[in-house]
Write a protein that binds this ligand. Structure first.
Ligand code: CA
Length: 367
């Protein structure tokens, strides 16, 4: 790569005199011109429609935080899906240096990186609180970095939706047989579970759900939860709204950063980016919890949405199928085996504590 191209790929287009040692430019180091602050211009590509509530705005907030916390030394310009590259092209775009950062969810990359799925959502897996505990204090982040390393990317957790909804249907789901023949937008491992139950999973970016349900190209869809689903108007194209989101119990959003671009940052700016991701990660979850309830009231009271809980026997069968699917997926790929070993050990251990803390308390509150 030509030096000029390399500088561009790292987002150092506005590099002033006295620039980064990483550039190895002796002329610049020897320059006697007065030093100006270095401005680093980064592009962030996202899988979300521009400014989409919760997810797109979460990406915007992360970009804003990086700008503010760096005192303007890093400027991150956010691109919505299709503005620079397609929603599902961002992984390759950042790996290839077209942009320095991406904001998405790691299960979108299951075809090229099977082990990535475990860092977003696993059916009947970890809740948001448990995901953060595993990632930050249970060895999860180290594994995630190992999984993205061969792709020249550094991952960071950058948001969480909390427990999602089970999805939108145009018929009632009273038994597992009701899922047979169903063409449903549902990503990741949850999609494979649906396939095992006799349905057909479809992977569509969020922006394509409404027209696909409307045209009948798909029969059903999950998306996120009341706040996001209301924003897409999914209640206009499906009647029944099912819970709980067994397939996404606490979906972690990700940021991934081009490794060369990140390593070209001075250490203080690397710390700024890491800290900004921690703040954005926590903030998105708080936002979802606060806004989902208000949106749910609107869906039920203003739009007469029919809320339904999946019958226990359906959930139990889905749980059995999830265990089968996950076991088989994991066995295909050594890196997935390694990641899932850590994930499942953490889940079983934290489960004991959760039963007598969060779960016991929530049940007590409902008495
Ligand atoms: Ca979802």
């Amino acid at each position: 790569m030509e030096r000029r191209e390399l500088v561009k790929a790292l987002g150092l287009g506005a590099l002033a005199a006295g620039g980064l040692v990483a550039c190895g430019d002796n002329e610049m180091l020897a320059s006697n011109k007065p030093k100006k602050p270095v401005t680093i211009d980064w592009k962030m590509v996202t899988t979300w429609p521009k400014n989409f509530p919760g997810l797109g705005t979460g990406a915007n907030y992360l970009a804003q935080l990086i700008g503010e916390m760096s005192g303007g030394r890093i400027k991150v310009k956010v691109y919505g899906a299709k503005e620079l590259v397609g929603a599902l092209e961002i992984f390759d775009a950042v790996a290839g240096g077209t942009a320095q950062m991406g904001h998405g969810a790691s299960y979108y990359w299951k075809e090229q990186v099977p082990a990535a799925q475990f860092f977003s959502a696993v059916p009947f897996g970890l809740t948001a609180q448990e995901m953060n505990a595993w990632l930050y204090h249970g060895g999860g982040m180290e594994l995630w970095r190992e999984v993205y390393e061969p792709h020249g990317l550094i991952p960071m957790a950058a948001g969480n939706t909390g427990v999602q909804m089970g999805g939108w249907f145009n018929k009632e789901i009273n038994s597992i047989e009701d899922l047979q023949g169903l063409k449903m937008r549902i990503p990741g491992l949850g999609g494979e579970v649906l396939r095992r139950a006799g349905g057909t999973p479809v992977l569509l970016p969020g922006g394509e759900i409404f027209p696909s349900l409307q045209s009948g190209a798909i029969d059903a869809s999950e998306w996120v939860g009341p706040y996001n689903d209301l924003a897409f108007g999914l209640h206009k194209v499906a009647k029944y709204y099912y819970y709980p989101g067994w397939h996404e119990p606490g979906t972690t959003m990700e940021t991934f950063i081009n490794k060369a671009a990140f390593e070209a940052l001075p250490e203080d700016l690397q710390a700024v980016v890491r800290a900004a991701c921690r703040v954005a990660n926590q903030d998105m979850l708080a936002g979802f919890v606060a806004k989902n309830n208000a949106a749910l009231q609107q869906l039920v009271n203003d739009h007469q949405v029919e809320l339904r809980k999946f019958p226990d026997e359906v959930l139990l069968r889905l749980k059995q199928l999830s265990d089968e699917v996950v076991r088989e997926e994991v066995a295909k790929d050594p890196l997935s085996t390694k990641v899932y070993k850590s994930f499942s050990k953490f889940r079983s251990q934290v489960g004991e504590w959760q039963s007598l803390s969060e779960l016991a308390y929530l049940k007590a509150r409902e008495l």
